[in-house]
Design a binder for this molecule. Sequence first.
Ligand code: ADP
Length: 290
Amino acid sequence: MTIYNLGSINADHFYRVGHLPLPGETLAAADYSRGLGGKGANMSIAAARAASRVVHVGAVGPDGGWATDYLLESGVLTQHIQRLDVPTGHAIINVDASAENTIVLFPGANREIALASVMAALAEAGPQDSFVTQNETNAQADGLRLARSKGMRTVYAAAPFDVAAVQAALPHIYMLVLNEVEAQQLEQATGQRLTDLGVADVVMTLGAEGCRWFHGKQQQDFAAHKVTPVDTTGAGDTFTGYLLAGLDQGMPMAQAITLAQKAGAVMVTRQGTADVIPDLKDVRDAFPPE
Ligand code: ADP
């Protein structure tokens, strides 16, 4: 079984600055580092480290070979990542001494993915496979529609939140994953409760409070594991990647959520993003099976 992820790939450029630049100011950074970012890339890596077969569908620019290599080294299949003549999606992240930041995000190749390449990627996919996407690429609804027509398990992660993007996805999905803030925004914008969206399974993550699963008119709460968080970046992406992997591997929903919660808890104890997404062994070491 394979998880196809139509997802973003970003270069995150971090600059350490004494203060955040003011209008008109030119500022020298004290330090620079680059990392792989993008919700899509994070989810692919999480699902691959959870031992699923993951095909990432996306695009980078001429400067994006390192990002594709990083995904490949993380166990993600990369043959459906297009190399386009536009810049790789990237974020310019200035971080000051008090950890306050400003971020400029350029979607670049993430918004130029050819639908034909999504179709090519899904050519051999079928009902045993999953398809997931988030709101950082183009072709989300078209990809979901195509995947659903093939009988695939279609999943949408409603982040970064945009009501039009979620509404375009809703008719085509079996599962929606979103955090509490996104859930509130969705309920406010649509006037509908999460249980009335017509989606079979909705999973709302609640940070340190765990998560809630809505299925039909029923709901079930899952308490989070008690850990000391260091950096919550990427917790949601890790959770979703593991949830998909658990379902892909045939786990019932409650078991897949339990696994995803363990992975999310490990993730928040680590500083960093793609590089520190845990693998199954890390998760088992942190939470040994009873
Ligand atoms: P997002 O990053 O999308 O806002 P959340 O912060 O809700 O997502 O986190 C996703 C999941 O990660 C949670 O449902 C939970 O399982 C786990 N998690 C997040 N923060 C913590 C925490 N402080 N302690 C334990 N688990 C956490």
